[in-house]
Design a protein around this ligand. Structure first.
Ligand code: ADE
Length: 221
């Protein structure tokens, strides 16, 4: 999979993508990530990327030109263009699964003061990572890329993500590791029993119980 990210703050990505599973996926050529500085594509002599809004008002608005040009350069028949904005569709694990099947994602990080409405016309999907306002789409794009990359075949063992929260609309069951008792807190007996059928039943029950308590909305879906 290839991922192109369009941003005004390319340096924000360096540490995040140079760690852990994303780094491993890139190093093993399962994923290619390119960060593009929108400013480098501005045709303005001063590399201007934003301007005042028509009709007046506060703040500066991200201009069409650098983004349109960059997307035109990068887009192929396999590309899927995503715009990050708080008024997009709310991101969820099922969208991560869908996006992980694409060959090429182009992700445009919106600007906290706004962007020219016409930028929406070149996008296939607008995404928000939650009902709060970030200073830009950069952190949102990192969240989305992280959650997609781990689903790309070969990046982590498939069994690892088939059992985790949000699959089948259920939260994860509780997990324990050594020691058996820590500061008076014991591991449930059933997990020490070696009875795989009982362990499976216990985990299913706990998963359902936790979902009912914490996220009943998932069960209604
Ligand atoms: N840009 C600013 N806030 C955002 C959010 N919540 N999700 C995606 N992009 C954003």
């Amino acid at each position: 999979m290839k991922i192109d990210i369009l941003t005004l703050f390319p340096e924000m990505f360096q540490s995040v993508f140079n760690e852990s599973i994303v780094k491993r996926a890139v190093d093993s050529n399962l994923v290619e990530i390119n960060i593009h500085n929108i400013r480098d594509y501005s045709l303005d002599p001063h590399h201007k990327v934003d301007d005042t809004p028509y009709g007046g008002g506060e703040g500066m608005v991200l201009m069409c030109q650098p983004i349109f040009d960059l997307v035109k350069t990068l887009r192929t028949k396999d590309s899927y263009v995503i715009l990050l904005t708080p008024d997009g569709v709310c991101y969820q694990q099922k969208i991560a699964y869908q996006l992980a099947t694409y060959k090429h994602l182009i992700i445009i990080c919106g600007h906290y003061e706004g962007f020219d409405e016409r930028i929406r016309t070149i996008c296939d999907l607008e995404l928000s990572i939650g009902d709060y306002i970030l200073t830009g789409g950069e952190l949102a794009s990192m969240v989305i890329v992280d959650s997609i990359v781990r689903l790309v075949p070969g990046v982590i063992k498939e069994e690892s993500h088939l059992k985790e929260s949000f699959n089948n609309n259920l939260l994860d069951y509780p997990q324990y590791t050594k020691p058996r008792v820590y500061e008076g807190l014991s591991v449930p007996e059933v997990l020490l029993s070696g009875d795989h059928k009982k362990i499976k039943e216990y985990r299913e029950q706990e998963s359902l119980k936790r979902t009912k308590e914490r996220r009943p909305d998932l069960l209604e879906e």
